[in-house]
Write a protein that binds this ligand. Sequence first.
Ligand SMILES: [Zn+2]
Ligand SMILES: [Zn+2]
Length: 138
Amino acid sequence: MVSRKIFDSLGYHVTFDRDHPRSRHNGYVADHILVAETVNGGPLHKGAIVHHKDEDKTNNSPDNIVICKDRAHHILLHLEIKALKASGNKDYRKCGLCGLWDDQANLYRNPANRSYFHRKCRADEAKRRLRAAKEAAQ
Ligand SMILES: [Zn+2]
Ligand SMILES: [Zn+2]
């Protein structure tokens, strides 16, 4: 069977189906949504985001498709991919001060901007700032 694949401007495979509830204004619906609905056994709930496990948006194999319950879940999956690539552990996070990836148990999480850092790195940074302020005052 020869199937001609249509790509949209973002590089996704799409299928023409104007009646689909998730079709875009041009009548096309992304193939990964159709695959996710098959995996899900029905329409996706509102706010659901379809994620490609291997980050290849043209790989719509059902085992490459993950249905995220919302945007935050999707962001987390991408963060885990980044952590795994950089540190070999998906649960590691990067210290915003020394740049090293570490176990989350060793890191402090800043709730304001979701950044992580070592307590020691933060203490060193505070000392460095204090020293700089003193020098500037002299
Ligand atoms: Zn994704
Ligand atoms: Zn650090």
